[in-house]
Design a binder for this molecule. Structure first.
Ligand SMILES: NC(=O)c1ccc[n+]([C@@H]2O[C@H](COP(=O)([O-])OP(=O)(O)OC[C@H]3O[C@@H](n4cnc5c(N)ncnc54)[C@H](OP(=O)(O)O)[C@@H]3O)[C@@H](O)[C@H]2O)c1
Length: 307
């Protein structure tokens, strides 16, 4: 069990297997060891990645390298049912935050990974049908059983996060004050990059920070689109990236990652499966951009200055 969380970026597993690089278990083990050597000790997982195959791929890597799992903080996301997910009779893509589904999905994630516990369990998407009090009770049950450490959410806006506030849950009255009435949310994993910046000013990031939760930025390079001058956003940014790359001695991808990591309370979730790119990513996230450079890139991406 790995409790500490560093400020280093997180490694995402979405592209490890069938949705990307098609690494072998040995290749995943090498990548994870290489990432650990760089100081990346947190691995982001989800049951649906690779069409429900990537957790098992990571589990096979753990089985090959004893000790590897122990050095990692595992984030496991559950709650999406894809059209092609096993047992989805109607074949409709949907979210399922019912306790029965979450329990089954956690069982399956632990089995595929070959582990007894994940360090953070995350709801993958906001489900309008979710029942926060039932989820909070279940989370506490699983925490007591030792199958999960912290609880987190993903793609939750400010109002959705607030569903877990307040007195919905068993609080303890102490001298007339309600203590322990909130389910702690360790992190909110959100889409955040120069291609998707809504979280910065729609209240999502502020609510995440106000809740004491870490913001984890997924697709910090816009899935690679920000680096493509042929894409509309990539084209808008190209000139500014070239100029600032020379100024800061960083390649364009590193500059984009530094832009994300400069936002207080945010950790980037890196999507590369190449160790050299992870090395650059760690270096990029270690320092902030000066404020004027950060705003200059934001202005180039938005196509207008802040008011
Ligand atoms: N919570 C959610 O709903 C959610 C949704 C999506 C993703 N995620 C998580 O976030 C992680 C990261 O997402 P992402 O993969 O979309 O991140 P990303 O970093 O925005 O994109 C990664 C892609 O960009 C490419 N790339 C990286 N550096 C490059 C460079 N210098 N030049 C050209 N291409 C480059 C990578 O290719 P190479 O592999 O060749 O480097 C990869 O294909 C995922 O693994 C997953 O864990 C979470």
């Amino acid at each position: 069990m790995h409790e500490s969380r560093s400020s280093a970026p997180i490694l995402g597993s979405m592209r490890f297997g069938e949705w990307g690089a098609r690494l072998s278990p040995e290749g995943v083990a090498d990548l994870l060891e290489g990432a650990l050597d760089l100081g990346i000790d947190t691995l982001d997982l989800a049951d649906i990645y690779g069409g429900h195959t990537t957790n098992a791929l990571v589990g096979a890597a753990f089985a090959r390298r004893p000790g590897l799992r122990q050095r990692l903080h595992l984030i496991a996301k559950i709650g999406i049912v894809m059209a092609s997910s096993p047992g989805n009779a109607r074949g409709v893509q949907h979210y399922d935050s019912s306790v029965s589904h979450l329990r089954r999905a956690l069982d399956e994630s632990l089995r595929a990974l070959g582990v007894e516990r994940v360090d953070t369990l995350m709801l993958h998407r906001f489900d309008p049908l979710l029942e926060p009090a039932a989820i909070a009770d279940w989370v506490r049950e699983e925490q007591t059983a030792g199958r999960i450490g912290a609880f987190g959410v993903s793609n939750f806006d400010a109002h959705a996060i607030a569903l877990f506030d307040g007195v919905l849950f068993d609080g303890v009255l102490f001298g007339g004050t309600l203590l322990g009435g909130m389910l702690p949310i360790a992190a909110n994993q959100i889409e955040l990059s120069l291609a998707h910046d809504a979280a910065l000013d729609d209240g999502t990031l502020a609510a995440t920070r106000a809740r004491g939760a870490e913001a984890q930025a997924w697709s910090p390079l816009g899935g690679g689109a920000l680096l493509d001058p042929q894409s509309s956003i990539g084209g808008r940014l190209h000139g500014a990236l070239q100029t600032m790359s020379a100024e800061f001695g960083l390649d364009p991808a590193s500059l984009l990652l530094r832009w994300v990591a400069t936002v207080p309370g945010v950790r980037a979730v890196l999507g590369s499966t190449k160790i050299e790119r992870l090395r650059e990513g760690v270096r990029a996230c270690a320092e902030p951009l000066p404020r004027d450079a950060w705003y200059a890139l934001w202005e180039a991406a938005r196509g207008r200055a802040v008011p």
